[in-house]
Ligand binder design. Structure first.
Ligand SMILES: Nc1ncnc2c1ncn2[C@@H]1O[C@H](COP(=O)(O)OP(=O)(O)O)[C@@H](O)[C@H]1O
Ligand SMILES: [Mg+2]
Length: 152
């Protein structure tokens, strides 16, 4: 079943000029980009996005980091998109992230771990609503999605 998930390229990756290579991972897997926004997040937006972490000792550093420069907010669509995007990102802690995942290849420390992706369908809905107006998300079919199996 097709899902939508929220993905963000964090400021550390932006400053390291990695956004093209990172987007290629989701795109070449077969997910479909249906929304994208480049912005420097406000503190208010960052605090809402990371509300569940507000009691953690790293929260202040996390909010400072995520608002420190441009980030790329995206919505990717496809079968099992939530789980697929998390698998492409790899483990939160880059020490544990497997080579071949985004964090395994480019992450080094916390909280600067390159990317974000929603952890469930409910979270995805909440995060997509926080960053995007529905009117700015596209619904479309790729040219190859209309192919039929031709019987010879
Ligand atoms: N122990 C930690 N120390 C510093 N930053 C952390 C720590 N745990 C998580 N973070 C930061 O907070 C973000 C959100 O954490 P979490 O939701 O647990 O991970 P994920 O991004 O994999 O969903 C992480 O991606 C990371 O940037
Ligand atoms: Mg999370």
């Amino acid at each position: 079943m097709s899902e939508r998930t929220f993905v963000m390229i964090k400021p550390d990756a932006f400053s390291r000029r990695l956004i093209g290579r990172i987007m290629t991972r989701y795109e070449s897997k077969g997910l479909k980009l249906v929304g994208m926004k480049l912005q420097v997040m406000s503190r208010q937006l960052a605090e809402q996005h990371y509300a569940e972490h507000r009691d953690q000792p790293y929260y202040g550093d996390l909010v400072n980091f995520i608002t420190s420069g441009p980030s790329v907010a995206m919505v990717w669509e496809g079968p099992n998109a939530v789980e697929i995007a998390r698998a492409i990102n790899g483990a939160t802690n880059s020490v544990e992230a497997k080579p071949g995942t985004i964090r395994g290849d480019w992450g080094l420390t916390l909280p600067r771990n390159v990317v974000h992706a929603s952890d469930s369908l409910d979270t995805a809905k909440r995060e997509i609503d926080l960053f995007f107006d529905e009117a700015n998300l596209l619904s479309y079919a790729m040219p190859d999605e209309g192919w039929l199996c031709v019987k010879m």
